[in-house]
Design a protein around this ligand. Structure first.
Ligand SMILES: NC(=O)c1ccc[n+]([C@@H]2O[C@H](COP(=O)([O-])OP(=O)(O)OC[C@H]3O[C@@H](n4cnc5c(N)ncnc54)[C@H](OP(=O)(O)O)[C@@H]3O)[C@@H](O)[C@H]2O)c1
Length: 199
């Protein structure tokens, strides 16, 4: 399969790459140091990326910035950074990428546990995760040509920094290889409209 992996240079992206690269051709995308440059906050940049690479069998988003901060300090402007990236960025990959996905292909987007299990300072991220999950479920129901759409909702990764893991007291971190396996299930399997919760 030919797979476009956005966020390929990050923690999650590298793990997904490792899981899928043996059997598939992977095109790595990110803002820097990748096969193709893209900024998902800019629709023109997404369009350019798809024009550049042409048709693929699967699009994976292992990216999406979200603002973390106490609720009373979240301004509309700070919240907008989450909306632009984790929410609209990922949704626009589907809206602008549909014509570039082969029949029977797939989109797999990334959400996160915070939408179901609140953590301190997580409201903005939870908003985007829930929206992406709901969008994907609904879009999967009417996607053309047998195209499938799923989301992966991991808890905090074992490999994340100590600083990040401290935001998740009492949560059991999950190893990235387990999260990456779920991306494989989404890409190489038959399911659609799923939100895979990885604890
Ligand atoms: N870390 C965790 O424990 C955890 C847990 C649950 C869910 N998640 C979710 O998993 C996803 C990936 O997290 P991560 O920890 O792997 O992040 P990361 O290590 O910071 O990697 C982010 C990746 O996305 C790319 N990127 C960032 N902004 C972009 C943009 N505007 N356009 C295109 N590419 C962009 C980065 O490369 P460039 O900077 O070069 O663009 C990089 O490849 C996020 O949605 C995160 O919320 C993470």
């Amino acid at each position: 399969m030919k797979i476009l992996l956005i966020g390929a240079t990050g923690l999650l992206g590298k793990a997904v790459m490792k899981e899928l690269e043996e059997k598939n051709e992977i095109i790595r995308a990110a803002r820097h140091n990748a096969d193709v440059e893209v900024d998902i906050t800019k629709p023109d940049s997404i369009k350019r990326m798809f024009d550049q690479i042409g048709k693929v069998d699967a699009v994976i988003s292992a990216t999406g910035h979200a603002h973390f901060g106490p609720l009373e300090e979240i301004t509309p402007e700070l919240n907008e950074t989450t909306i632009e990236s984790k929410l609209k960025g990922q949704v626009n990959l589907v809206l602008l990428g549909m014509d570039y996905v082969n029949d029977g292909g797939s989109f797999t987007l990334t959400t996160g546990v915070i939408m179901d299990e609140p953590i301190y300072q997580g409201a903005s991220s939870a908003m985007a995760n829930g929206a992406v999950k709901a969008f994907a479920k609904s879009a999967a129901a009417e996607a053309p040509r047998g195209i499938r759409i799923n989301t992966v909702s991991p808890t905090v990764f074992q490999e994340s920094s100590e600083e990040l893991r401290a935001f998740f007291p009492g949560f059991e971190p999950v190893p990235l290889n387990k999260v990456a396996l779920t991306f494989r299930k989404s890409v190489e399997g038959v399911q659609t409209g799923q939100s895979y919760e990885i604890y």
